[in-house]
Ligand binder design. Structure first.
Ligand code: NAP
Length: 330
């Protein structure tokens, strides 16, 4: 977690740069783009000239409203933005989406932005739902689209980006000491779940997995794909929508005092999605690369990263046999 001073500075004082990199001729997919940060990122990328922009969302009528709203506010032709159904809690939906995406002529950017913060315990993919959506479903999609990103890189001599919306809250996550054979199995038991920790833990697991994925992808110098992540600041969006009672009141006051708008936060998503090779495996905050907390990169952190990758891989292989070939073939 950033220091209090850093938090206040980032939330209240720092100038968040407006993205300016061109997306001309690029095809971009953004998950969770019907609202919040994803919708505003879509608006920026439309303004920056993308040829094809795919709003990936589980509710296509919400996606279509977002499309119309963005088209009305930005000068982009009606055939640029498309709305495709995607529910990352459903392997069948992910599969259908991947098959459709594989028919695209190119894929330059995949922004893995969809995420949840829930305090109600539910089991999805055999684990607690926050980890299911923010980690398992997110990677189930991302790993299956890596071949398309790679194909685009080779065919068009470009540098595709695989960008994940992370969170500075990774730094305050409590990582369980003993969790048996697989951390995802462990959280399939409600008594192990800590509703105040699940979201932070999901963002920590996300980082460990991204670091490992980026190291694999980067192991071959000829590979042109960038894997990176960012913290979009604390922004007023629909994310804490499930909070109730005193927690909800606290969040509303906290938001009123400190939150950035979703448009401001989305700038950071877009900047990361065009930040270039030097950001492979890196975490960006306030528009620049920021060092990971030391516990991420020290010896124990590297071991955790390897273990998380292995355990996530086991889960993904069960859902989609052969999925790791998409990465290991690098
Ligand atoms: N807001 C912040 O302060 C903040 C800070 C750090 C990181 N983040 C991250 O930013 C990302 C975007 O969140 P947000 O703040 O913009 O929140 P949001 O307004 O709640 O947007 C989340 C998006 O994810 C989608 N989503 C959730 N579950 C999904 C599923 N199973 N399949 C497909 N889409 C799904 C939601 O769809 P529905 O509309 O259908 O629910 C929505 O479009 C998240 O990864 C979040 O963790 C946010």
């Amino acid at each position: 977690m950033p220091s209090l001073g850093n938090f206040f500075h980032t939330q209240l004082i720092a100038k968040i740069p407006v993205p300016t990199s061109s997306f001309a001729s690029k095809t971009v997919i953004i998950t969770g783009a019907n609202t919040g940060l994803g919708k505003e990122a879509t608006r920026h990328i439309a303004r920056l000239g993308a040829s094809k922009l795919i709003i990936a969302c589980r509710n296509t009528s919400k996606g279509n409203s977002a499309k119309l709203e963005i088209e009305a506010s930005v000068n982009c032709k009606p055939d640029v933005i498309e709305v495709w159904e995607l529910d990352i809690e459903s392997p069948a939906s992910v599969q259908k989406f991947v098959e459709r995406a594989n028919k695209l002529p190119r894929l330059d950017v995949l922004i893995n932005n969809a995420g949840i913060q829930t305090i109600n315990y539910q089991v999805v993919y055999g684990t607690e739902r926050t980890l299911a959506v923010n980690n398992i479903g997110t990677f189930l999609l991302a790993l299956q689209l890596i071949p398309k990103l790679k194909e685009t890189a080779n065919k068009y001599e470009v540098t595709p980006h695989l960008t994940f919306t992370g969170s500075a809250l990774y730094d305050v996550a409590k990582f369980p000491e003993n969790y048996g054979d697989n951390i995802f199995d462990w959280y399939g038991d409600e008594s192990h779940s800590n509703r105040m920790n699940q979201y932070n833990l999901s963002k920590l697991i996300l980082l460990y997995a991204i670091i490992k994925l980026a190291s694999i992808v980067n192991s071959d110098a000829t590979n042109p794909i960038v894997v990176n992540t960012l913290d979009p600041c604390f922004c007023k969006t629909g994310l804490p929508g499930e909070l109730h009672g005193a927690l909800k009141v606290f969040m509303r006051v906290f938001e009123a005092l400190f939150a950035r708008t979703s448009e401001e936060g989305s700038r950071l998503v877009v900047i990361a999605a065009s930040a270039g090779k030097e950001t492979n495996g890196k975490y960006m905050r306030a528009g620049a690369v920021q060092e990971y907390a030391p516990f991420i990169t020290d010896k124990a952190g590297v071991e955790k990263s390897n273990t998380i990758w292995e355990q996530l891989g086991q889960r993904l292989e069960k859902l989609q046999p052969g999925i790791l070939q998409n990465v290991n073939s690098f």
